[in-house]
Design a protein around this ligand. Structure first.
Ligand code: COA
Length: 256
């Protein structure tokens, strides 16, 4: 079986690919763990100057693997999903993303922690946390209102509707929309250019850009994590997640 998270080095760029195309790259506990570990190593590896996160054709990631999440709910602060979120939020070197196809849930919110992000023209974004009876994560409850203003953030989070690459670009979630065939080459090229810059100057620039929000992000993630843990055990989430697994529409009419 091929690796569910593929890692390879291209010059001084670490390429990290979510690679579970039959499940639209839905992320399991093992995949989060592997990505968190890879970022941890890349932090300290002088040979890595930038990291690129990619998916596969037609899928960046469909977010948390629903079945895996029900079996292995994130309960402790050091659970793999929280380790991954902490790793991307505090990664000291340039982090880039190339989004192809579906980018659901954490597939969209992880972009809030990337420095450069590009979307293929076929990219489709969605934040369905509320739809699933859950709560937004990755400090998106802090960062989205700050970036977009409250009303635009609330529209994305309350309705959880799909939005296009062009819309993501207009909202400032990605830098540009690139033809799907050229996306990976473009992102790798941007990463190589960033990796050729003076590394200490880049790290300092990043640290200074992130400084003001750093504590608030950590605190928000902690509170969101607590709310997420309780929401995951709620009847609303049970109905939504079972409906997904049973391939039917959820019915929230009985909840007060
Ligand atoms: N968790 C578990 N399995 C998932 C998944 C997820 N997040 N996303 C997709 N899959 C599975 C599907 O169940 C399906 O499995 P099957 O072939 O065994 O039936 C397979 O991946 C392909 O997905 P499918 O729904 O057939 O593809 P699609 O192109 O019609 O739709 C999505 C793709 C991503 C729009 C749709 O799968 C979806 O909405 N997934 C749920 C995303 C989600 O809610 N994520 C947030 C979790 S917090």
């Amino acid at each position: 079986m091929s690796e569910l998270v593929e890692l390879d080095h291209v010059g001084k760029v670490l390429r990290m690919r979510m690679n579970r195309p039959d499940k639209k790259n839905a992320l399991t506990v093992d995949m989060y763990s592997r990505m968190a570990d890879a970022l941890g190593r890349a932090r300290d590896d002088g040979e890595v100057r930038a990291v690129v996160i990619l998916g596969t054709e037609g899928a960046f990631t469909s977010g948390n693997d629903v079945a895996d999440f029900l079996q292995n709910p994130p309960e402790a602060e050091d659970s793999p999903v929280f380790r991954f979120l902490d790793a991307i939020a505090t990664f000291p070197k340039p982090l880039l993303a190339g989004v192809t196809g579906v980018a659901v849930g954490i597939g969209t919110t992880m972009l809030l922690h990337c420095d450069l992000a590009y979307a293929a023209s076929d990219a489709r974004f969605r934040l369905p946390f509320v739809n699933l009876g859950l709560v937004p994560e990755a400090a998106s409850t802090l960062l989205l209102p700050r970036m977009l203003g409250h009303v635009r953030a609330a529209e994305l989070l309350f309705l959880g509707e799909v939005f296009s690459a062009e819309k993501a670009c207009e909202l400032g979630l990605v830098n540009a929309v690139i033809d799907a065939h050229g996306l990976e080459e473009h992102v790798m090229n941007q990463a190589r250019r960033v990796a050729e810059q003076p590394p200490a100057a880049i790290r300092t620039a990043k640290r200074l850009m992130k400084r003001v929000n750093a504590e608030a992000i950590a605190e928000t993630m902690r509170i969101e994590g607590e709310c997420f843990g309780s929401a995951l055990k709620s009847p609303e989430a049970a109905e939504a997640l079972q409906a997904f697994l049973q391939k039917r529409e959820p019915d929230f009419s009985r909840f007060g």
